[in-house]
Unconditional design. Structure first.
Length: 341
């Protein structure tokens, strides 16, 4: 009897079951492994967005710094252009000063005559003017003493209080101040300022000092010991005096005392004064006179020449007179020459 062979099925249910379990395990492993993947991708995307934003911010900052540097460069170029123009003006000023100095040598004798006329004239006329004023006499607008018009009813002194003035000219300065006050027997108001615009008497800031014998004496006494900061440039004092005290119903004269000009440009002072002291009814708001004190021979003369050149033009433009006082050395030379003659 033959035994019937048992046939084995290759794809039996058990085999398929094993295969399915294996695939299921692989899928489960893949699911477990990739579970955190979206979070990682999201974090990476966030980090990239932050980097892009940071880079954009840095780009904007760089662009802003570039614009700022470009503006700064443009400003430096403009400053360089202004400096070059100023250098050209200064060279022109220096040329003008040299020319005026050369011309001043020729008219030094005329200036000395003017000074002598000024001193002698007020000595001769003081008593006569007092007599005429007592009789109701009114000065004419064209009347002048020693070339200086004395028709003003208010007078302001703008005085250089620098070291060179204090050291070399101070006794002569308050003597000259007293002499000019004597030219005006009576005025309606007086004021004294330094060339920076600071007041001799702070209690009269922005006010006129009454003209009385006691006030005049107080001014001279205070002048003898007055010390104040000065930059040896009268433009600040002149500007302050005009802006504070000018009035259309007042005749005002400003007397500028000085021996040196340290400003950068003569033309700048002239332009500033023209702008402040403009014409009113065909005349300047105030008259500006100048008194120049000479430097001793031992001291460099450049600043003195600049002051003289400035004040000649300034006084001429503003209806005033510039008087250059004779130096002690010049007086000695003149006296010696007179004796030898």
């Amino acid at each position: 009897m033959k035994l019937r062979r048992h046939e084995t099925e290759v794809f039996s249910m058990s085999f398929l079951d094993c295969i399915c379990c294996g695939f299921g395990a692989i899928i489960l492993l893949l699911v477990i492994t990739e579970a955190g993947r979206p979070i990682v991708l999201e974090r990476q995307s966030t980090d990239l967005d932050g980097q892009v934003a940071r880079l954009q911010k840095e780009l904007y900052e760089i662009r802003g710094e570039t614009d700022m540097l470009n503006r700064e460069l443009k400003g430096r170029i403009e400053e360089l252009t202004v400096d070059r123009a100023q250098l050209v003006r200064l060279q022109g000023d220096l040329t003008n000063i040299k020319g005026e100095f050369a011309a001043s040598k020729k008219d030094a004798a005329v200036q000395n005559i003017m000074e002598n006329q000024l001193v002698s004239a007020y000595q001769r006329l003081t008593a006569e003017m007092q007599r005429l004023l007592a009789a109701g006499y009114r000065r004419k607008t064209t009347e002048a003493v020693g070339g200086i018009p004395v028709d003003s009813e208010y007078i302001i002194f703008v005085i250089d209080t620098s070291g060179s003035m204090q050291e070399n000219h101070w006794p002569r300065a308050y003597q000259t101040l007293n002499e000019i006050l004597d030219i005006y027997p009576r005025v309606k108001g007086i004021q004294v300022m330094d060339d920076e615009g600071a007041y001799m008497f702070s209690g009269y800031r922005g006010q006129w000092i009454p003209d009385t014998p006691a006030r005049r004496k107080a001014i001279i006494d205070r002048m003898k010991s007055w010390e104040s900061f000065s930059n040896s440039s009268p433009v600040e004092g002149i500007t302050a005096a005009i802006r504070t005290f000018w009035s259309s119903d007042k005749k005002i004269s400003i007397y500028v005392f000085g021996d040196d000009f340290t400003g950068e440009s003569i033309q700048a002072v002239l332009d500033t004064t023209d702008r402040i002291n403009r014409e009113e009814n065909g005349q300047r708001r105030v008259r500006i006179h100048g008194i120049g004190f000479p430097m001793p021979d031992r001291v460099p003369q450049y600043g003195n020449y600049r002051f003289s050149a400035l004040m000649r033009v300034l006084c001429d433009r503003n209806g005033g007179t510039f008087v250059g006082l004779q130096g002690e050395d010049d007086k000695k030379k003149q006296d010696k020459k007179g004796k030898s003659g």
